[in-house]
Design a protein around this ligand. Structure first.
Ligand code: SAH
Ligand code: SF4
Length: 340
């Protein structure tokens, strides 16, 4: 039995055709599930009884279990339990332009970034498509609201789970499902070059964010082991190619770590690194965790860094802090539960 929330419309059409039903039944089924929020094939009254029976024999409507929900004015944080008892989290941010959900893509992460809670908890497995789709559907249902933006910045490295992530995007972007616009979806990666190359050929206008965090290989390799396999000297040309081919603007994420990567020299080196690219830099206040030694930059150091980039004509923004009180950074809620 497969979970129906993880089936792309194309996969559903193939299933229908191979069982001698009509391709357009897939649109009808999608409308029942995603627009009318029906969780029972028996209630899909415009499908033949025969088809309902076959669907019942092949697909389940299993959901994720919500085991914790913290909330304040700016954010809601959810901890989910998966069918094999693993835990993942999602964070809803309340923006003036809408609701943005940060979802997990794996249980844990193998990239081992020095500053990150998710990397401290090694990857157990990839998330299935339905486990990503259901983070959205269940948050919408619990809070009775419509999520307008989705960012793949929770636990995990999306490009280490490439096929499921693309299938997931195909599902949520489908006009017959929740129809989340591709420009409202952002994938964040630590820089897996082969996947970035594949993504360059992907036909949807999904946003790409690169976790940069350092302006040179020496420092980046210390913070992010992935940089040893895919150093900046190889990554930057691939990103330039991505921008050229897709005509899209790239985001660089840069966490501000006190005394580590927030110096004036780093700012100048960073400006040089991204010069001439259609990209902007998002400076992220570091969310301190009890397990990891890094400290967050002071407001003054962040402003100084920002000013240097501005003077060098680099597009730069400072990310608003969300839910740090809710332990909202990557993996933090889950890591508390792991320790009981
Ligand atoms: N693995 C992907 C996506 C998930 S991490 C990636 O690394 O891009 C999403 C973002 O959160 C990354 O930019 C990551 O560096 C950042 N991050 C991790 N731990 C953080 C923390 N404690 N405070 C602030 N940002 C953090
Ligand atoms: Fe993984 Fe991203 Fe955390 Fe690095 S920052 S360990 S890639 S989740």
């Amino acid at each position: 039995m497969k979970n129906i929330y993880g089936v792309t419309r194309l996969e559903l059409e193939e299933f229908l055709i191979s069982n001698e039903f009509k391709k357009f039944n897939a649109s009808q089924i999608y409308e029942w599930i995603y627009q009318k929020k029906i969780e029972n094939f028996d209630l899909m009254s415009n499908l033949s009884l025969n088809l309902r029976e076959i669907l019942k024999q092949n697909y389940t409507f299993n959901k994720l279990e919500v085991i914790d929900h913290l909330s304040d004015k700016m954010a809601d944080k959810f901890l989910f339990r998966l069918s094999d008892n693993e835990k993942i989290e999602a964070v809803l941010m309340h923006h003036d332009y809408g609701y943005s959900l940060c979802i997990s893509t794996q249980v844990g992460c193998n990239m081992g970034c020095a500053f990150c809670e998710s990397g401290r908890l090694k990857k157990v497995r990839n998330l299935e498509k339905e486990e990503m789709v259901l983070q959205i559907l269940e948050v919408e249902e619990i809070l009775n609201l419509k999520i307008t933006h989705v960012v793949l910045m929770g636990i995990g490295e999306p490009f280490d789970n490439y096929d499921n992530v693309i299938g997931f995007i195909d599902i949520i972007n489908d006009p017959k499902s929740i129809a989340l616009g591709s420009r409202h979806i952002t994938v964040s990666t630590s820089g897996l070059i082969p996947a970035i190359k594949k993504f360059t050929e992907y036909d949807k206008q999904v946003n790409l964010a690169i976790s940069l965090h350092a302006p040179n290989d020496e420092l980046r390799s210390k913070l992010m082991p992935i940089n040893k396999a895919y150093p900046l000297s190889e990554l930057m040309p691939v990103l330039k190619e991505y921008i050229k081919k897709t005509n899209r603007r790239l985001t660089f994420e840069y966490i501000m770590l006190y005394g580590v990567n927030d110096t004036e020299e780093c700012a100048k080196e960073l400006a040089k690194l991204v010069r001439g690219m259609n990209a902007y830099i998002n400076l992220i206040p570091y969310n301190e965790t009890s397990h990891i030694e890094f400290k967050k930059s002071t407001q003054e150091r962040i402003m100084k860094f920002y000013d240097i980039l501005k003077k060098e004509n680099v597009c730069v923004t400072i990310r608003k802090e969300f839910g740090s009180k809710l332990k909202a950074a990557c993996g933090q809620l889950r890591s508390i539960y792991e320790e009981g």
